[in-house]
Design a protein around this ligand. Sequence first.
Ligand SMILES: Nc1nc2c(ncn2[C@@H]2O[C@H](COP(=O)(O)OP(=O)(O)OP(=O)(O)O)[C@@H](O)[C@H]2O)c(=O)[nH]1
Ligand SMILES: [Mg+2]
Length: 299
Amino acid sequence: MKKHYSGYVNIIGRPNVGKSTLMNAFLGEKMSIITHKPQTTRHRILGIYNTEEFQIVFSDTPGLITDPNYKMQEAMNKAAFSIFEDADLVIFVTEPGEDYTGEEKVLNKLKKADVPKFLLINKVDLSNPEALLELKTKWESILDFDEIHFISALNKAGTDHVLECIKKRLPEGPVYFPKDQLSDKPERFFITEMIREKILLLYKQEIPYSCEVIIEEYKEENRNGKPFNRIRANIIAMRQSQKHILIGKGGSSIKKLGIEARKDIEKFLGHQIHLELYVKIKEKWRDDDRLLKSFGYLN
Ligand SMILES: Nc1nc2c(ncn2[C@@H]2O[C@H](COP(=O)(O)OP(=O)(O)OP(=O)(O)O)[C@@H](O)[C@H]2O)c(=O)[nH]1
Ligand SMILES: [Mg+2]
């Protein structure tokens, strides 16, 4: 019988270094949402790479936050650190110009981890060869990585090569998930993520960080013989003033949000939907254990 290789490859790093872009590049699918804003990813998301011979279970994680300010950020850090528990290989992503102070905790964990460790220096398109070599030397003095690679996840430069290097290090192992499964998260999770991505892109300052998206109603119907979904989602904000901004003058902002999100969701589902968005206020949701639990941040 042909041998089968598998393992958990966990991606970790500071916010905004390109972890989600990297996982999507490995998978060739948009699994994780990506924006220019830090702290885009809030949950650990599995993205599963399947071939006949390999199953690589990638984990995209929230960026490590040095000083969490509220319980949701603590939960995000916990999700990021959980990767050390089941990793067969750890990928630490960094970018040129990143300051590594405050990273002692993760560096110590990495030092102790008894699995192959890759350092990926991302966004090389924004740097120059001299600076990159200097950066590599600096990292070599900090930690003994098994492999160091320069990549541009955005341009998929170097990512195929890294994928091959990962494959070479994977142990023989079982099929953890059915071979047609792409993630551990359900369809509805991706729908709320798509709405959240548009909130991050369309609103400024603290608004996206004060919001959570939950699906209130999800109806699968038929229209003219084709699937058609009716989706009602609530955007949870913390204050009345944020609600006003989210809705905008005469409802203009939330309308734009709805249109943009609907386009992505329809592409994802492969058919038309009707999307209704409402804004609700829950003042301290980011510190409320019960709500964080219901939003999937705490067990
Ligand atoms: N120039 C350049 N930009 C990149 C590259 N990779 C990612 N980016 C950009 O960096 C930003 C952050 O990318 P993400 O993939 O969301 O980063 P992340 O590490 O997942 O961020 P968090 O989820 O917030 O922790 C986005 O604007 C990406 O387009 C790259 O190779 N080159
Ligand atoms: Mg991310």
